[in-house]
Design a protein around this ligand. Structure first.
Ligand code: PLP
Length: 400
C-alpha cells in the first residue's frame, strides 16, 4: 500500500478546506448552510482585468513565459511597489508565481536547511507552518494574545531568535485576526531585527489593500530600509482584485534569493499562466478605484459583524484593522450546554454546534494556533451575514 514520504507526514490538507468542504456537502444535501469559511472575496474579477486576459488570448499569448514572470508582468510589479510602497526594485529582484502561496513556498524551498527555524507569530495562516515543515525547517510559534492586539511584541521576538533562526514571518493585515501593524509598531519590530543580521524577513502583504478607517499600510522593507537586503516582500492579486482562481502572486527581494526561487520554480511549475499574467498586469497598472470601493464595502460588513457579535451573549470581538475576517473570542460560552445536552469544552465544539444545530460554518481558532476563538470570513453578501449573525446569536442564547 502507499506510504507517503517522511516530509509530508507531519502536514495535512488545510483544515479550513476540510471544514468548508464538509459545510458545502451539507448544503448540497439540502441543508440551508451559510459558509463563512473560505478566505475569498465574493466579488467578481473586474471586467477590465477579464478583458485584458481575453486580449492576451487573442494575441496568441498562450506559450511559456520567462520562468519567474514575463518582463511586462515584472515591470507591472515594479510599478506597483514604487507607486504603493515607495520601494524600488530591479526586474531581477522580482519573482512571479502561481499565487503568493507559491512565492512563499519557493522562498522556503530555496533557503531552508534541515533544522532551520522560522518564527511564526500566531494566530496565523497555518500554511506557513506546513510549508516550513515540508522544507525540513522547524516552525517556531509565538503566541500573540488579544491583549497585545494579536501583534508580535518586540521583546517576544528578541527572546525567540536563536542562531538557527532563518526567517521571521509577518502578515499584516493578518489572516485570521485582521490585526495590522502601523509603521510605528512595525519600526519596533524592525529595530530588533537590525540587531540580528542573519535573520531574514518575509512580509506577507496579501491583504494590503483591505485596511480600514483610513489606516496607512506599512511594510518592513519600507519602514526600515536597512532590512531591504534581507526582506522578501510578498503580495498578489488574489484578494485585492478578487482574482483567487487566476493564481498570480509575486515577491520582491534580494536578487540572489530571487534567482534561487526561480530555480525551484523552474523544476515545479516552470512559470505562472501566461493569460493570468496578462490579467494581473492590467490589475496592477490599470484603474485602481475599484480597490478602494470594495474595501469600503468590506468595512461596512466588518462593522456589522463586529457589532452583531458583541451583542451576542458569551462572545467578544476585537475590531480588526483589516483583511476580511473577524476573530472573536468564544471563551464566554465554554462550559455551557447546548439544548441537546452537549457541553462545549473548546472552540472546535462551539463551531461544531453552530454548524450542526444552526447551519453556520465558521473556523475554530485552534486551526490558526490560538484558542478559544473562531474566525468568520465576512467576504460574503450582507444578507447572508445578517442571517448568519442572527443564527449565531440564537445559538448562544440557547445555551444553558
Ligand atoms: N497569505 C495569506 C495570509 C493568505 O490568507 C492567503 C490566502 O488565503 C495567501 C497568502 C495566498 O494567496 P494566493 O491566492 O496569492 O496564493
Amino acid at each position: 500500500s502507499f506510504q507517503s514520504a517522511q516530509r509530508v507526514r507531519a502536514i495535512s490538507v488545510s483544515e479550513i478546506l476540510r471544514i468548508t468542504d464538509h459545510a458545502n456537502a451539507l448544503k448540497r444535501a439540502g441543508r440551508p448552510v451559510i459558509v463563512l469559511g473560505a478566505g475569498e472575496p465574493d466579488f467578481n474579477t473586474p471586467d477590465n482585468i477579464c478583458q485584458a486576459a481575453i486580449r492576451a488570448l487573442e494575441r496568441g499569448e498562450t506559450r511559456y513565459t520567462v520562468l519567474d514572470g514575463s518582463s511586462v508582468m515584472k515591470a507591472a510589479v515594479q510599478h506597483k511597489f514604487q507607486r504603493d510602497n515607495g520601494l524600488t526594485f530591479a526586474l531581477n529582484e522580482i519573482s512571479v508565481s502561481a499565487g503568493a502561496k507559491q512565492v512563499i513556498f519557493n522562498a522556503l524551498m530555496a533557503s531552508i536547511n534541515p533544522g532551520d527555524e522560522v518564527i511564526l507569530p500566531t494566530p496565523f495562516w497555518t500554511s506557513y507552518a506546513d510549508m516550513v515543515q515540508i522544507c525540513g525547517g522547524v516552525p517556531v510559534l509565538l503566541p500573540c494574545s488579544e491583549a497585545q492586539g494579536f501583534r508580535l511584541e518586540p521583546a517576544q521576538l528578541e527572546a525567540a531568535i536563536t542562531p538557527r533562526t532563518r526567517w521571521v514571518f509577518l502578515n499584516s493585515p493578518s489572516n485570521p485576526s485582521g490585526a495590522a501593524y502601523s509603521a510605528a509598531q512595525l519600526k519596533l519590530i524592525t529595530e530588533v531585527l537590525l540587531r540580528h543580521p542573519a535573520v531574514w524577513v518575509l512580509a506577507d502583504d496579501i491583504y494590503e489593500h483591505i485596511l480600514y478607517d483610513g489606516l496607512a499600510f506599512a511594510t518592513p522593507a519600507a519602514v526600515e530600509p536597512g532590512l531591504r537586503d534581507r526582506t522578501l516582500t510578498v503580495n498578489g492579486v488574489s484578494k485585492a482584485y478578487a482574482m483567487t482562481g487566476w493564481r498570480v502572486g509575486y515577491g520582491a527581494g534580494p536578487k540572489d534569493l530571487i534567482a534561487a526561487m526561480a530555480v525551484v520554480q523552474s523544476q515545479s511549475t516552470s512559470c505562472p499562466s501566461s493569460i493570468s499574467q496578462a490579467a494581473a498586469v492590467e490589475a496592477l497598472t490599470g484603474p485602481q478605484s475599484i480597490v478602494a470601493e470594495r474595501c469600503s464595502s468590506f468595512q461596512a460588513r466588518r462593522d456589522f459583524v463586529v457589532a452583531a457579535l458583541n451583542r451576542t451573549p458569551g462572545l467578544n470581538c476585537r475590531t480588526p484593522e483589516g483583511a476580511f475576517y473577524t476573530f472573536a473570542s468564544c471563551s464566554g460560552v465554554l462550559g455551557r450546554h447546548t439544548p441537546g445536552g452537549v457541553q462545549l469544552h473548546t472552540d472546535t465544539d462551539f463551531c461544531h454546534y453552530l454548524l450542526q444545530d444552526f447551519d453556520v460554518a465558521v473556523v475554530p481558532g485552534t486551526v490558526f494556533g490560538l484558542a478559544p476563538y473562531f474566525r468568520i470570513s465576512y467576504a460574503t453578501a450582507m444578507t447572508q451575514l445578517e442571517e448568519a449573525c442572527a443564527r449565531i446569536h440564537a445559538a448562544c442564547a440557547a445555551l444553558r
